[in-house]
Design a protein around this ligand. Structure first.
Ligand code: SAM
Length: 371
């Protein structure tokens, strides 16, 4: 006879929880979700998405095609109380106000940037408001590497102080380069926070570097080969900058390479990643499917928008296997009792963080990083 589980309470049903007696998957929310890089990673480790938001029309189309739901729109129009309860908040909040490209472009236009950017700069505070209201057990935030140095470090300081001092979370940060999981040099900063004092370590990545050949398609349509005009322009542009002593130029790659960072503007001229087709043929751009692979998306991921939109979407995304490794580490941390330290792990409890292998063999007392 099968054991009957207790029925869900109306509130539990509303929050999408499993009934008593069944293991409850961790619930996460996908803020600034783009095309769902965080979602794939967290669903792959068994967590369940209970809310998503992105205001971009075309990203919402891609998200709907792949996850069967259209994200909520502008986060400013969502009441914090209408967001379901969740265990983990995920968000790759928009890079532009903080990225080098965004900053220099905005400076040259005489516009403000960072927290002074009225429209975009306060998006971090939307995240802070949601954390403050829902108090999730953990959060995982992602941003461009130069978030740390923006405005002489002041922007990061405000973010860090808000998360730690104002909201009371323990925050761990790390810049991770995706080149050990995909053939792309892509450095991003991750901020992982816990409501309670919990032991956490960022995951280790393999030392090997996959090569571009592993993600290239076989029969690439000729439309991806650069026209003579564009190729001549890019070469002249690179030469001009070389002569002036700076390094701007195109990034030519072969099957043996690691690419530069795929950007949201790749659709413009493809200059940061040009695939060599030998001396007699102009180079080509990556196809959208190759960009998907370069970001660690599975081949089952549906691309149902124009090439321009697809390039933009993948260039803005996270590298899925990087997030998945972090998600796995967050899950391990949340499974362990509060206050757990690896040194206290019982041999028969394989779900908790094992004692890390330390180079220093001396008996060091257990610590909570960044506590
Ligand atoms: C860096 S991308 C995040 C991409 C995402 N992590 C992924 O894997 O595809 C930032 C996203 O924030 C969205 N965004 C910007 N302002 C927004 C707002 N006010 N409300 C909702 N989404 C917004 C943009 O449309 C963009 O898709």
């Amino acid at each position: 006879m099968t054991k009957r589980s207790r029925p869900k309470t109306p509130r539990a049903v509303a929050e999408g929880q499993a009934p008593y007696g069944t293991p409850t998957p961790l619930r996460f929310i996908d803020l600034f979700c783009g095309i769902g890089g965080f979602r794939i990673a967290f669903e792959n480790i068994g967590a369940r998405c209970v809310f998503s938001s992105d205001w971009d029309k075309y990203s919402r189309l891609t998200y709907a095609a792949n996850f069967g739901e259209t994200p909520h729109g502008d986060i400013h129009t969502v009441a914090v109380a209408d967001i379901p309860a969740h265990d983990i908040l995920c968000g790759g909040f928009p890079c532009q106000p903080f990225s080098l490209a965004g900053v220099s472009k905005k400076n040259s236009l005489g516009r403000k940037h960072g927290f002074d950017d009225e429209k975009q700069g306060n998006l971090f505070f939307s995240i802070a408001d949601i954390i403050d209201y829902h108090k999730p057990a953990a959060f995982v935030l992602e941003n461009v590497k130069n978030l740390k140095s923006h405005d002489k470090g002041r922007t990061f300081q405000v973010i860090y102080d808000t998360l730690t001092r104002a909201l009371g979370y323990q925050v761990h940060t790390k810049i991770i380069d995706a080149r050990n999981v995909v053939p792309q040099h892509r450095e991003r900063i991750f901020l992982v926070g816990f409501r309670e004092p919990r032991y956490f370590e960022f995951p280790e990545f393999p030392k090997t570097e996959p090569k571009l050949a592993s993600i290239l398609e076989r029969d690439v349509p000729s439309k991806y080969t650069l026209t003579d005009n564009l190729w001549a322009y890019l070469q002249a542009y690179a030469k001009k900058h070389q002569d002036a002593g700076n390094g701007f130029g195109f990034g030519m790659v072969t099957g043996d390479s690691t690419t530069r960072t795929l950007s949201a503007r790749y659709h413009k001229d493809g200059s940061e990643i040009l695939v060599s087709q030998g001396p007699r043929k102009n180079p080509r751009r990556l196809t959208p499917r190759e960009c998907a692979r370069l970001m660690g998306y599975p081949d089952t991921f549906k691309i149902n928008v124009s090439d321009t939109q697809a390039y933009r979407q993948f260039g803005n995304s996270v590298v899925v296997p990087v997030v998945q490794k972090i998600a796995t580490a967050v899950l391990s941390t949340l499974k362990c009792p509060i206050g757990h330290t690896p040194e206290l792990t019982l041999a028969e409890d394989p779900t908790c963080f094992p004692a890390p292998k330390r180079k220093n063999k001396k008996n060091t007392p257990p610590t909570f990083p960044h506590a």
